[in-house]
Design a protein. Structure first.
Length: 70
């Protein structure tokens, strides 16, 4: 399950970094924080697509080929 959600966790880390930089109120960092927010959104979207793609592939497999959920 961790392998499926690694991109989502990375996106949360990027957003946390962006929020931390914003909270420190460093001068001239708005462009950096905007870039990090956009990167976080893109990685989060890729993570969601990956999770649902793996789910769809798992559902399309024959029942004999499916791995048991543990």
């Amino acid at each position: 399950m961790f392998r499926n959600t690694i991109l989502i966790l990375v996106a949360l880390g990027v957003w946390a970094l962006s929020s931390g930089i914003s909270a420190c109120a460093l001068p001239d960092t708005t462009q950096l924080t905007d870039m990090l927010d956009l990167l976080g959104e893109v990685v989060f979207a890729l993570g969601l697509v990956t999770v649902f793609a793996r789910l769809a592939i798992g559902m399309a497999r024959a029942p004999a080929q499916r791995r048991p959920i543990r």
